[in-house]
Design a protein around this ligand. Structure first.
Ligand SMILES: Nc1ncnc2c1ncn2[C@@H]1O[C@H](COP(=O)(O)OP(=O)(O)OP(=O)(O)O)[C@@H](O)[C@H]1O
Length: 238
């Protein structure tokens, strides 16, 4: 059996911002039907990595290949989803209007009503975005990332601010996406989340991968994933 083609290949990526090396030769990959977790302390470079992978930022060195094409190329833009940490000010638009607008950008989008129900946002789908709670905004942002049926989706701390019900509902949605063959790249500070969801984990520190592997390989012996994280990263934001 041949190995599945990688959905994402990040090859020795380097980015300098404000005179500082934010990414420093970082390499990783992600496969279809797998959830890849990128963990790291505040300021480790996770969001910068996602910005490079989605074509929002050009690296100083290295390459990112997304679905077989260079990151940011027009051919793959419609096949990739992004849930950023913050969407900025959507302001007065209602969730359902936002999703209808986004659906119009794709050739084969999900049905908005069905996605609204599946993401548990029906109760507040007609509330202006700025009036939503933090966790409700996260749920809308997740729906926005999925509306175009992406083959590869980047989720930057998708469950931050969600209550345990919403978090578990999101986990089950991610399981469904994975089973449907979607490649999921997720960042989180919740070690239990990474432990529960990830097929493969990359722990990033100061812009490079300090250790990687499956959860079971990383946590062999008595170590929890948090122990491994603490052992392979530095505490202070630099
Ligand atoms: N435009 C910029 N100019 C200068 N420095 C920047 C810029 N954008 C990001 N940085 C710096 O790059 C570093 C990495 O930021 P990044 O947002 O990628 O971290 P992160 O791993 O996502 O952190 P967190 O877990 O807190 O979200 C930080 O120190 C940040 O201050």
């Amino acid at each position: 059996m041949t190995a599945p083609v990688a959905a994402l290949v990040v090859d020795r990526l380097s980015v300098t911002l404000g005179g500082r090396a934010v990414l420093d030769g970082l390499s990783l990959s992600a496969a279809p039907g797998r959830l890849t977790a990128v963990l790291g302390p505040n300021g480790a470079g996770k969001t910068t990595l996602i910005r490079c992978c989605t074509g929002l930022l050009s690296p100083d060195a290295g390459a990112v290949t997304v679905l077989g094409r260079p990151a940011g190329s027009a051919e793959v833009a419609a096949r990739v989803g992004l849930m950023p940490q913050s969407t900025g000010a959507w302001s007065g638009i209602r969730a359902v209007e936002l999703l209808e607008h986004l659906a119009g950008l794709y050739a084969r989008p999900h049905d908005v009503d069905a996605l609204v129900r599946r993401c548990g946002i029906d109760a507040f789908a007609r509330t202006p975005y700025r009036r939503l709670s933090g966790g409700q905004q996260q749920a809308v942002n997740l729906a926005g990332a999925l509306i175009g049926r992406p083959e590869l989706v980047f989720l930057d701390e998708p469950t931050a601010g969600m209550d345990p019900h919403a978090r578990r509902a999101t986990w089950s949605l991610l399981d469904e996406l994975r089973a449907a063959g979607v490649a999921i790249v997720l960042t989180t500070h919740a070690m239990d989340e990474a432990q529960a969801l990830a097929d493969h984990v990359y722990i990033v520190d100061a812009g490079r991968v300090s250790v990687s592997g499956t959860v079971s390989a990383l946590t062999s012996g008595d170590q929890s994933l948090e122990d491994v994280f603490l052992a392979h990263t530095h505490g202070a934001t630099r």
